[in-house]
Design a binder for this molecule. Structure first.
Ligand SMILES: [Fe+2]
Length: 192
């Protein structure tokens, strides 16, 4: 047996080599497929060609998913769970873009307290999503929490869209706004 192992050492490593190569090729194909998927997810935001417009588009898409969730009956538990998963992913990606890129730039203009408040809003939203994820999807509490989530998001988005984001965009040069859009889309791709 020992002899046969030694004898087959070369062949063994060649088999190992080909399976490693196969794995690498599979990983490469998967990475390319995943990048394609990520770019497709990020495309609607990136195609807005402006960070502020891109984020507003995402706000609208997020509220549209909540609308769909609110239209479901308590008996449609699987559909509720699926849409909640979509919503949680959309909001995580959106929050990544705002928390990692937009709010830090907002903070530069002595808007520290405003940035803190926005981050705190996101904390509350994430907590509500966590609670929804851990609830029985047919419970009355699900609808109630979803309603609170919608109200919180509405207030938060209105402040960003009507006041804070346009003011930030106006404060920055065209070049700075372009750079911010690029950075925001890169942050989005990480979670897309
Ligand atoms: Fe936002």
């Amino acid at each position: 047996m020992a002899h046969s192992r030694t004898h087959n050492g070369q062949g063994g490593s060649s088999i190992l080599g080909s399976s490693v190569k196969g794995l690498l090729i599979t990983a490469g194909v998967a990475a390319i497929a995943n990048l394609g998927r990520k770019m497709a997810v990020q495309a609607p935001t990136a195609m807005a060609h402006d960070w502020c417009e891109g984020l507003i588009k995402e706000h609208k898409a997020t509220l549209a998913v909540i609308d769909k969730l609110e239209q479901l009956s308590p008996e449609q538990t699987d559909r509720r769970a699926m849409l909640l998963m979509n919503l949680t992913h959309m909001i995580a990606k959106h929050a990544m873009q705002e928390e990692n890129v937009i709010y830090p730039v907002l903070r530069r203009g002595e808007n520290g307290q405003v940035a803190d408040a926005l981050n705190s809003d996101h904390g509350e939203v994430k907590a509500m999503l966590y609670e929804l994820g851990h609830m029985e999807k047919g419970d009355a509490a699900f609808g109630e929490t979803l309603g609170r989530l919608r109200t919180a998001l509405d207030d938060h988005m209105r402040q960003e869209e009507n006041e804070l984001f346009p003011a930030l965009r106006a404060r920055l040069s065209d070049e700075e706004n372009k750079k911010l859009s690029r950075e925001m889309n890169m942050a989005g791709l990480m979670l897309a």
